[in-house]
Structure formats: C-alpha cells, structure tokens
Design a protein around this ligand. Sequence first.
Ligand code: 16G
Ligand code: ZN
Length: 545
Amino acid sequence: MAQFEEVSQKSKLHPKPEGLTLQYGTAGFRTQAKHLDHIMFRMGLLATLRSKKTKSTIGVMVTASHNPEEDNGVKLIDPMGEMVAASWEDYATQLANAEQDSLLTALRDVIEKEAIDMSQSASVYIGKDTRPSSGSLSQAVVDGVSCLGGKIHDYGLVTTPQLHYMVCCCNTHGCYGSATVEGYYQKLSHAFLQLTQNALNRTDDQKRLVVDGANGIGALKMREMEPFIRSELQVVLSNDGSSGKLNHLCGADHVKVQQKPPEGLTMGVGERCCSFDGDADRIVYYYTDSDGRFQLLDGDKIATLISTYLKELLTQAGLDLQIAVVQTAYANGSSTRYLEDVMKVTVCCTKTGVKHLHHAAQQYDIGVYFEANGHGTVLFSKAAQNQILELVKDPNANDERKRAVKLLENTVNLINQTVGDAISDMLLIEAVLAIRGMSVQDWGAIYTDLPNRQLKVKVSDRRVIDTTDAERRAVTPEGLQDAIDSLVKKYKQARAFVRPSGTEDVVRVYAEADTQESADSLAHEVSLSVYRLAGGVGDEPKPLN
Ligand code: 16G
Ligand code: ZN
C-alpha cells in the first residue's frame, strides 16, 4: 500500500536510536527532548490509527508538564477528551520501541488486532507547550499523521486541558462548546461572570489574585483570557515566561513539593496567590499568614472547598444526587477525615495518575477528584446534568431552589470535565470564595493539614516494589511493609507509604505525622528501609535536619 511506502520513507527522517526503549508511562512518554523525535512521529501514526478505529478526532499533546525545560513528552487524547484507553498505551509502547526495520510490522500488528479499516478517514488535533523543543517535535507528529493520510488541525501553543477541551467539543459536534481557543474563553468567562453576579460588594482587593504562570503556556493563555474576566478578577501575573525558565524554582509542583513560595513573585501578607504547572493542568493556592508563615492550599483543600460548595447547593436545590470525592494515597489524612467525618461525603482512594481518578469519579452522580499535587476536576454524570437542566426550566421551583440550581448550571459550564485544568479550577475557586464571602484564610482554616514530607530514593530497579490497596501498602520486597508498619507505630497520627514513580526512575516515599520533625524523621527512616530492602544505589539517604 502506498501509505506504508510513505511511512517507510518518512520514518527514515525520524530514526529511532538503536536500543533505546521507552514506556508509555502514567501520563504518556516523557524524557529528554533529544530522545523523542521518533516517538513523536510514531505517535502521529498511532493517533491516526486510533482516529480511524474510533471514527473520531484524537488529540496529541506535546508537553512534559512540570518537568524541566530540557525534557519533553507526548500524550494521546481519546474522543471524549479523556486519556487514551489503557490497551492503546501498550500499542504506544510497542510502536515506540520497534527497531527501525520492524516499524511497519509493528504498525500492521495494531491494524490487524484492532481490525482497522484503513480506508476510513482520520482527524488529529495537535497542541504543544512553550518548550524550545516543542516546535520541531510537534512537526514530527504532523509528519506521522500525514503519512497515513490523516487530517490535521494544529492548534500550536495551547494548554493541555485546552486541547482536551477541543477534542471533546469536536466529537460532541459543538455540544460541549466551540472547538476554538476563543470558544474556550467565551464558555468559561460567561459561566464565571454569571457565578460572580451572586457575590455582592466585593472590593478590588478581594478581586485581586497573584498568579505564578511557571514561565509556561498557562501564563500566555492567562494573558489572552484576562480581558474576558477583568471586571471580576484582577490577575497579577508573575513568572509569565518573559525572562525566567520554565518550571525553574516556580510552578505548582515546586511549590507543593518544596512547601514554599515560587521565586519571582511578591506576596503581601494574606494575599491570595496560586501557581500553575508547565502545561496548566495543575494548580495550588497559598498565602503568607500574619506570622510570616507560608500556608499552602493544595489539591485536597481545593477538593474540600468545591465539594462543600456543591453539597450545599444540592441541598438548597433539593436534588438527590450522590457526591463523592476521589483522592490518592497522597491526600493529607486531615482532609480525608474532614470529608468523611464532618462533611459526610463518600471518599474513595485510587492509584496515582489522573486516569485512575477520572475513572473512579465517573462512577458517581458527581465525582470531585483531585490529587494533592493540584490536578483535578469535577465530573457530572449525564443523569445529574439532566436533573440540573430540568430543574432550571421548572416553573414551579421556589426562589431558593431556582437560585441554587442556576448556580449549579453555571458551575457545570465553568468546569472542564475532560481533565484537570488550572485556569478552569482557578475560576471556580475564585467564584466559590466570592459567592460564599470567604477569604483565603477562611478557606485554609477548614481543617489543618498534618505535617508531611515527600522524599525519593534511588534503587537499581524500582519494579521490585509492588503495591496494593491503592498504593498504600507494599507487597514486595519482603519485609518492607513490616518495616514501615513498625516505624509508623513510633509516631503519633502517623502514616507512610512507598511506591515506584511512574514518571522518574525513583521510589517515592511519603510520610505524615503530628509534627514536622516527626514527619521528616519518619520519611527518612522509611527511605532507609527502602534503600536497604529494595536495592538502594548511591549514598544512603541522610537525615533531613
Ligand atoms: C503524572 C500524572 C499525575 C501524577 C504524577 C505522578 C497525569 C496527567 N499526570 O504527572 O497525575 O500525580 O504523574 O508522578 O496523569 P510519579 O509517578 O512520578 O509520582
Ligand atoms: Zn501538568
């Protein structure tokens, strides 16, 4: 077939370095940009096959999110804007690792297994972040798609969630919104302005928000969106990419892991601040309290704020819909306790990685999912959305119910349900704080986080660690979980777990306890156990203090 001839020719322009093997990990391929050209070309091929198979538009996003500027990565987006189906992750890995002369065989294998009709048309949406390498890498994706005759829409610079949104808009034929960046701004800003009409007498100070754009695409897009929302939100943009380096000492991941403010940002006492990550699918908030202490409001605090707000609206609207919060093992113990014991909402714990949370959240009428690192969104089932829309139209509803359901309707429209979205989450948080008349301090005081610490340990092969119970217990190597259990017993309100990273060649360690000293010490002791029992390499982990 002529198409295969072209693949064969073009693939020579995107040669695979012999012997290099890469895995489609938690969020796609991710490594140093210089190793990715052949991967991008091949993902262009695979996205085209996926499009033929699903008879829908597929997305390909070139980004390495919060990772250093020198890295890059790629992930595929399925028709409804969700992460690509797990079975296709395996194809991605197979195609990526096929040596040059067996690429066509690997391709034919996918076509055969999936019974793909190659005469079917294909359409692929492409987006990229601001990394210097992203331009040529996304061109390699374009090459892959065109070899197999796929139609391309290259959105150029967009945030990851914007591309997820575009794919969903396209495949729902405009029901989700119009598949343009302008359409995205219009949909979100309209909902935001409708919501903030319910907040009375806000001062300019209350409308002010300091945003750390991580020197990435989120900053660019925030600038574009700003005129749409200016009357209700005054954004002070820092780390806007004009001078600093992407994700360097800034951005959501830095702030969350280091538990300190980003560089390049001036924070007044009590001032509301937030940080995006490098592709704007994560957000965390923070402020400095009157004692000069840094106070972080992470994904758990965001989930609590949003689920509390939604639960209240459901009660006011008289709608009987089940709401649940989906977390991972990283969720602070205080947040889980608060949600279960005080808020009385269902809490469910899944493995790390958006696809797991997303899937779990789909099981409820309303599923609020957030990773502690700030990635998350809210999913409304079809039935829930229909109930909301019907009540909006119900002429017999009283004023309280009408107001509440109107708020719910606009909240649904403000949320990017395809994936966690820093811009959409930010606007929702701002709207909720405004409507409830809450300051960032009020929000922070909902519950007090248990002090915690995250560390990483280098081992010769991180696959020796196998976990169960949503990564909260280690099954192998033998003796490791027993060691962790007896260490945890030494501290108050303590919890610890270890898991192999899905994005880096390390084992991650998490510990929490009643004081920071205890959390630090427990994390260190657990790191030592990992080092000793799971084949640590390099120097033994040193105590933190
Ligand atoms: C990826 C995931 C994120 C997860 C992180 C864990 C997506 C879009 N992103 O960034 O959800 O928290 O990996 O990384 O799924 P780790 O396995 O290295 O700890
Ligand atoms: Zn990201």
